[in-house]
Design a protein around this ligand. Structure first.
Ligand code: XMP
Length: 510
């Protein structure tokens, strides 16, 4: 089925995927093409609109990225953002000068009854990030918004349906940004906005079918949402030519390994292989208490187990990874993203026999991945799983990791999670878990003295895990968690709550 499509011409700006995401949020399909895409390619898509992105170059430079000026004569509405607006100005006969750099939040005054700003008050704010500036608009254009430092924050030639904004409507610092994008898509381009993440999922599955053909795919399933959603998409595309390899390190939370197995053997068409490697991991962790050593050992062992099992499967053409867009951004290249599918704990297995990597979620943000997961029938427990580190409970047990400590922590952590969920706080708290400290303390239970483990509760709010604040959990919820843990979990006689933000703390204790 053909959808109404908006083409996003990519000039290398840092927010380009965010633009595409904003368009998807408005329920319109967007196709990102490099700025070098020939006009014939753009025309073939029959776009309802075209967006020119920002970019790091200066239009004044002789080698600056350009487009064929005929683009502006297609009769298709065009919105240029930042560099895109300056390029539009330059190619249509206006002047762009290196006048005044502007960076950060600016007051935006909307001067004119533009369809782009319909429904937005005369004064708002916007996010600026540009060095050059439009000095003289092309003939036919009028300025429609300004900031103190930028007289042409927005311009348009409404007759030709050409619009330019020098600010960034796609970032969240521009409060009316999504309103502007919707005005462009619905009122100016005439889009109906009937595209959904379900369409995305179904079309991606078709594209995976075409790409994979008759080849086989191997995916490392971790239990996390990204690899789980990748697995379901690939399963829909190639069925049992997909092998999902789940290495149970024994370092997962209570019943988690069994849940992964239950979900993936119950109803999805794929080969599911579970390797129970608890003993191997515990043996290698014996006597080790340094956090970095633990992480390294777990990473290495994971790769080793994965490689051994992959060797049994034999040659596969594709190794699939649950890389999502923020991983691509953080790594700055495809390389670090590769590490991701292996729990982020080690590196890429060197001895797995594959030819190509396939990443079905590479362009999506986390919440979009969740939406796809829900569309494809993954259970809520998996779709809404909180972030969980690859090294698992090993970095939530301070000091040496033993089977006994793992059992204690699993029980306490399960209580903590159950109570947070029943208080209805599970979606607003970013991560919440228990940590088995390496401390013991004296207590009294009944009439007897106890000398047992001190358990810490950690719960943080965050948007991206880069910074975090400790969650203000209501006292009565904390009281319930503490009392249940002392009563029900073995060998814990004291519960403390960690009230450290990040920075200076980290979310995990190790
Ligand atoms: P920190 O402790 O550095 O954690 O504040 C930030 C976020 O990353 C998660 N984390 C990991 N995730 N492999 C992962 O996949 C790891 O080795 C790892 N270590 C920390 C942590 O849970 C938090 O969400």
């Amino acid at each position: 089925m053909k959808h109404e499509t908006v083409v996003v011409l990519d000039f290398g700006g840092q927010y380009n995927q965010l633009i595409a995401r904003r368009i998807r949020e408005a329920h319109v399909f967007s196709l990102i093409l490099p700025y070098t895409a020939p006009l014939s390619r753009i025309r073939a898509v029959e776009p309802k609109g075209i967006i020119l992105t920002g970019g790091p170059s200066s239009v004044c430079a002789p080698d600056a990225p350009r487009v064929d000026p005929e683009l502006f004569a297609l009769g298709v509405p065009v919105l240029g953002i930042c560099y895109g607006a300056q390029l539009m100005c330059h190619l249509l006969g206006g002047d762009v000068g290196a006048r005044q750099r502007e960076y950060g939040l600016a007051e935006l005054r909307i001067d004119h009854g533009s369809p782009l700003f319909e429904g937005i008050g005369a004064e708002t704010s916007c996010w600026m990030s540009h060095t050059d500036q439009i000095a003289r608009m092309p003939t036919g254009f009028a300025a429609t918004a300004s900031t103190g430092a930028c007289p042409v924050a927005a311009m348009e030639d409404s007759g030709r349906r050409l619009y330019g904004v020098q600010f960034h409507p796609e970032v969240e610092h521009t409060p009316c940004g999504q309103h502007i994008i919707r005005n462009f898509l619905y009122d100016i381009c005439g889009c109906a906005g009937d595209w959904t993440m379900r369409d995305f999922a179904l079309e991606s599955i078709e594209a995976l079918k075409r790409r994979i053909g008759d080849e086989r795919v191997l995916l490392a399933l971790s239990g996390g949402v990204d690899s789980a959603v990748s697995a379901v998409m690939l399963s829909r595309a190639v069925g049992r030519r997909l092998t999902c390899l789940f290495v149970d390190t024994g370092l997962m939370r209570k019943d988690e390994g069994d849940e992964v197995e239950r979900v993936f053997t119950g109803g999805f068409d794929l080969r599911f292989l579970r390797v129970n490697a608890q003993e191997r991991f515990l043996a290698r962790l014996k006597g080790v208490s340094d956090p970095e050593r633990k992480r390294k050992i777990i990473g290495e062992e994971f790769i080793r187990v994965f490689e051994e099992e992959a060797r049994k499967i034999g040659h596969v053409h594709f190794l699939a990874q649950g890389t999502i867009y923020p991983d691509v951004v953080e790594s700055g290249s495809g390389h670090a993203a590769v590490i991701k599918s292996h729990h982020n704990v080690g590196g890429l297995p060197e001895h797995v026999d594959f030819d190509e990597i396939i990443e079905p979620l590479r362009d999506l943000f986390k919440d979009e991945v969740r939406a796809v997961g829900e569309e494809l029938g993954l259970p809520a427990s998996m779709v809404w799983r909180q972030p969980f580190p690859g090294p698992g409970l090993a970095i939530r047990i301070l000091g040496e990791v033993t089977a006994e400590k793992l059992d204690i922590l699993r029980e306490a952590d399960a209580i903590c999670r159950a109570e947070i969920a029943s208080a209805g706080l599970d979606r607003e708290i970013w991560q919440y878990f228990a940590v088995l400290t390496n401390a013991r303390s004296v207590g009294v239970m009944g009439d007897t003295r106890t000398y047992d483990h001190v358990l810490a509760l950690r719960a943080v709010t965050s948007v991206d895990a880069m910074t975090a604040d400790w969650a203000r959990i209501p006292y009565d919820v904390l009281a319930r968690i503490s009392s249940r843990i002392i009563n029900e979990a073995p060998h814990i006689n004291r519960v403390v709550y960690d009230i450290t933000s990040k920075p200076p703390g980290t979310i995990e204790w190790e």
